[in-house]
Design a protein around this ligand. Sequence first.
Ligand SMILES: *[C@@H]1O[C@H](CO)[C@@H](O)[C@H](O)[C@H]1NC(C)=O
Ligand SMILES: *[C@@H]1O[C@H](CO)[C@@H](O)[C@H](O)[C@H]1NC(C)=O
Ligand SMILES: *[C@@H]1O[C@H](CO)[C@@H](O)[C@H](O)[C@H]1NC(C)=O
Ligand SMILES: *[C@@H]1O[C@H](CO)[C@@H](O)[C@H](O)[C@H]1NC(C)=O
Ligand SMILES: *[C@@H]1O[C@H](CO)[C@@H](O)[C@H](O)[C@H]1NC(C)=O
Ligand SMILES: *[C@@H]1O[C@H](CO)[C@@H](O)[C@H](O)[C@H]1NC(C)=O
Ligand SMILES: *[C@@H]1O[C@H](CO)[C@@H](O)[C@H](O)[C@H]1NC(C)=O
Ligand SMILES: *[C@@H]1O[C@H](CO)[C@@H](O)[C@H](O)[C@H]1NC(C)=O
Ligand SMILES: *[C@@H]1O[C@H](CO)[C@@H](O)[C@H](O)[C@H]1NC(C)=O
Length: 650
Amino acid sequence: MHSMLFTSAALAVLPMFFLSSAAHSNHSYADPCSAIAGGIFAAPVDMLACLRSFPFNETLRQNVMQTVSGVFDFYTFEDFYLDSPPPFQESTTDIRAELTRITAQQYDTDYDFNLDLYNFVNRLNDGHTQWTPNCYATWENLLPTPVVSLEVNGTQGVYIAPDSVGFIDLVPPGFTSFYESIHFDWQRLAGAKVLQIEGMDPYDYVDLIADTVSGNFLDHGVRVNSVFSGYRLSGDSFSQRFGDLAGRLFSPDLNVTFTLIPVNCSRPENVTVPFLATFMGNSFTDSESYWTNNCAANSGTNGVDKRVSSNLLSQATRRTRLQPVGAARKPADGIGLPAPFQPTLPPTVVSADVMRSYLLPDGQTGVLFVGSFDDDIDQFQIDASTAITTLKAAGATRLLIDLTNNLGGFICLGFFLHQYLAGSSFGYPGFDSAIRANPLAQKIVAADIAQDLSEDLSFYVPDQYAFLNNTILPADFDYVSPAVTVTINGQPDPTSRRFHDVCSFSVPIPDYPPFNLSNVAIVNNGNCASTCAMFSTLMNERHNTTIAVFGGKPGENVEFKGMAGNQVLEWTDLDSEIKTAGLKDDPLAPPDLLVSANMRHNWRTAYSYLDESEPIAYVSELPKLRFPYTLDTYNNPQNVWIFTAQQIFG
Ligand SMILES: *[C@@H]1O[C@H](CO)[C@@H](O)[C@H](O)[C@H]1NC(C)=O
Ligand SMILES: *[C@@H]1O[C@H](CO)[C@@H](O)[C@H](O)[C@H]1NC(C)=O
Ligand SMILES: *[C@@H]1O[C@H](CO)[C@@H](O)[C@H](O)[C@H]1NC(C)=O
Ligand SMILES: *[C@@H]1O[C@H](CO)[C@@H](O)[C@H](O)[C@H]1NC(C)=O
Ligand SMILES: *[C@@H]1O[C@H](CO)[C@@H](O)[C@H](O)[C@H]1NC(C)=O
Ligand SMILES: *[C@@H]1O[C@H](CO)[C@@H](O)[C@H](O)[C@H]1NC(C)=O
Ligand SMILES: *[C@@H]1O[C@H](CO)[C@@H](O)[C@H](O)[C@H]1NC(C)=O
Ligand SMILES: *[C@@H]1O[C@H](CO)[C@@H](O)[C@H](O)[C@H]1NC(C)=O
Ligand SMILES: *[C@@H]1O[C@H](CO)[C@@H](O)[C@H](O)[C@H]1NC(C)=O
């Protein structure tokens, strides 16, 4: 893939340019997208020239805004944003006022319109609710200088990740050769102590990125940790995130200026590090094919009427009662973790897919690293059960669960892991849940009941949920009409009755907790999304589990959970609900999107077991322990586990 390098990609298309321009006798007429075609990397100025070449189109704006506004009718947290409660107050936004502004504002290009809409939704800081135009949000700007916060000699500071050379070398070829081609020596910056970023105190700049770029998490402290680079278990391999300072989706930023002291140097210097843009979309040769392949709506953009069986064949089979939730992924988050940072202990369960287990050298602490709850439903349960059984057989009497940078997944897998650890006699652990009962939602439920739809066709069908006494709802039980009207920030918000999830498990649940629950602890960095947030909140609220959070900014809190909404519907899911109910012609139904994009939203709320009047997303629950990363523990899962086990279990 030599064409990955930006410069050679440009060379590859130049002959085409000269051929076609000869016909026009006008050598200054270049297609700005041809200039970056054929590779996966481009200089940000060249990317912007292509992306900003598409004119603003009022028809597209009105179409997008109708759909986006219609989706917000279903958004459980809309009214909370009018005055977000502390410590989440910085997300406060008048959503309808912003939608009105964006519907009327003048924009130079389609890019500028989409960037404004993207930033508004992103800054709601809810990864379950996002505007993702595939035309633009498939580009991520990367820096070869990811940052970490470390305590060195008793003082916390910001550093260029010391493992940057090993890490960046794992990025596909073309990335480092770009920096070579411009004679930029990023290798010597690895490990440098950062004194300022863009002329600001480095932690103040990190706060700025947390507020303007990160999104995803209501809690500021969790977003701060998202700015830094950190380790993950992604799929079945260890990886390292760039972090949001060094990896920015849909970003017009060209460079970042650091004032830093490189390793073994004594004098500060200013270094401006240029971004390189990475493209993860569909290939193209010029502006026209760029638009067709990446920006125009395609057969997967909108929902389908699932009553038509041929439509079902084209959809991935839905897994009954196991509703996916999860964080949006960034393309560059799957780069590997350098080998010296990977655990050296032998894993106790080798087959494990999204999890790994180890017995620590103390011979007593078992570690279960759960990378996500997004796996084959049965395999996850088999792996967790096998890991716990094997650790106990090896002598483990206590369990440390690592949830660092866990992206979430299936709600029922969070319930499963809790139930397995708590034992079969522990009843329904929580949470009560509810959806909005707006007029279109009420029509959908009524239509689903009237048609006697089966639960695999719709998330609105009643008999996949249970009353609060865990009796399954009758198939004709309308749980959204009449609505229960709650008042949020002075706004009446019609809501469904509360209901419980119904989860069935594919491995036997032990009668008694496999580990004394006072010997079970959790470690993470607060970036614990979705089902991960639900699981750790259950452990905290029901078992007072010790949770240790690493990282963050000195003097600022970090919640142990981020993105604690509940169930998400992607735009295709919501549109399919409307079409399957037979309501696409209803005046309340949003139109099909004319562009390739997704508007996902948090569709369901979960309420805190400790305070059933509050969605858990808005309940502040701090970890019992906080630790800064050090040169030993940053990006080093095994050292994190050994240190944490010593701190918690002695
Ligand atoms: C070249 O073509 C572009 C686009 O049609 C036009 O704006 C520009 O004036 C032309 N330049 C020359 C020198 O003919
Ligand atoms: C705007 O987009 C619509 C829908 O794709 C298209 O039909 C129309 O031609 C575009 N308008 C302009 C001025 O390009
Ligand atoms: C930490 O302290 C040691 C011993 O005083 C010193 O050699 C080292 O340079 C210090 N490191 C940093 C990063 O300040
Ligand atoms: C850095 O980006 C700014 C725009 O944000 C631009 O004006 C400046 O020329 C760039 N500097 C370098 C050295 O690339
Ligand atoms: C810094 O100096 C130490 C001691 O001389 C050396 O081992 C190390 O390789 C140097 N690091 C860098 C990045 O130059
Ligand atoms: C870095 O740039 C700032 C602003 O231009 C300047 O004030 C400062 O002296 C520079 N520092 C160094 C070490 O060159
Ligand atoms: C459970 O609650 C529902 C709704 O309140 C009620 O109709 C039903 O009879 C209850 N079931 C049992 C077994 O108590
Ligand atoms: C669990 O551990 C706690 C604290 O060590 C102890 O008080 C309790 O008796 C243990 N429970 C069981 C069932 O062994
Ligand atoms: C939870 O555990 C902490 C110590 O880890 C203890 O101080 C606190 O009282 C416990 N809370 C409850 C409700 O048991």
